[in-house]
Write a protein that binds this ligand. Structure first.
Ligand SMILES: [Zn+2]
Length: 247
């Protein structure tokens, strides 16, 4: 069974969507010791794990990317293309200064460059430690009426590929929200489509065509996700989801 872990921020004020940099380092150190990190589509050994980070906040480049290099790990970064600037002259303290809600509510958020830039995304891809997924264009709830699904799902892929010179094969559903039309269109354009759901995956096909992710934000201990009781919970949920997908 393949565990895929979902993370968001590092050192953000939005605690349910964040880990501290020290917790993340201890957690990644443990993963490096016990598991082999894989990108979507790579061969799955018994100890395979896939790490995913949503929204491409600058804190990923600042805190997580150096740790991936230090511990020889791979991670998938889910990028909402409309938020990405080509480059910035701003320094780290400014770029890390916005509170979580300000990133989305401040009209001039771009003046703080709180997301990774294309220059940074290209560097990370070239390092071999980071793969890029589309996280839609505008990070909307795609299950709501009136959303331009083609623009959000396929348009974002075209924009990312053009700017990165890199083939984007994964799609991460914003807010984990979807309906049949969203899944059909995503599956048409991407071999790997990710949701939320605290279950494991028998293969890269996921369950019912969607790859499930475990919540890795707000860790209380570095090994929290790997404790027997927690693993049993993921396993049970996986069995229920698989039975439902069959029936
Ligand atoms: Zn997101």
């Amino acid at each position: 069974m393949l565990p895929v872990v979902m993370y968001h921020h590092i050192n953000s004020d939005d605690l349910p969507l964040s880990n501290t940099d020290t917790m993340m380092e201890e957690h990644l150190k443990l993963i490096a010791h016990r598991y082999t990190t894989v990108f979507p589509g790579e061969q799955l050994g018994a100890k395979a794990i896939c790490l995913t980070f949503d929204d491409a906040y600058y804190d990923f480049y600042h805190y997580v990317y150096p740790l991936l290099k230090k511990y020889h790990l791979k991670a998938l970064l889910a990028v909402p293309s409309a938020y990405i600037l080509e480059d910035t002259q701003l320094q780290a303290p400014q770029r890390l200064s916005l509170k979580h809600h300000e990133i989305y509510e401040k009209e001039n958020y771009r003046e703080f460059a709180p997301f990774c830039t294309y220059r940074e995304l290209r560097e990370m891809v070239q390092s071999g430690h980071v793969a890029i997924a589309s996280h839609s264009t505008n990070h909307l709830n795609l299950s709501e009426e009136g959303v331009d699904l083609k623009g959000e799902i396929f348009g974002s892929k075209a924009v990312l590929e053009e700017n990165l010179g890199y083939r984007v094969e994964s799609f991460v559903l914003p807010y984990g929200k979807y309906n049949d039309a969203v899944v059909a269109l995503a599956r048409e354009h991407y071999p790997y489509v990710f949701r939320i759901g605290n279950a494991l995956n028998p293969s890269w096909n996921g369950i019912g065509g969607l790859i499930y992710r475990i919540k890795g934000d707000g860790l209380q201990t570095p090994d929290e996700l790997f404790k027997p009781l927690k693993q049993l919970g993921f396993w049970c949920k996986t069995m229920i989801k698989m039975a439902k997908a069959k029936g």
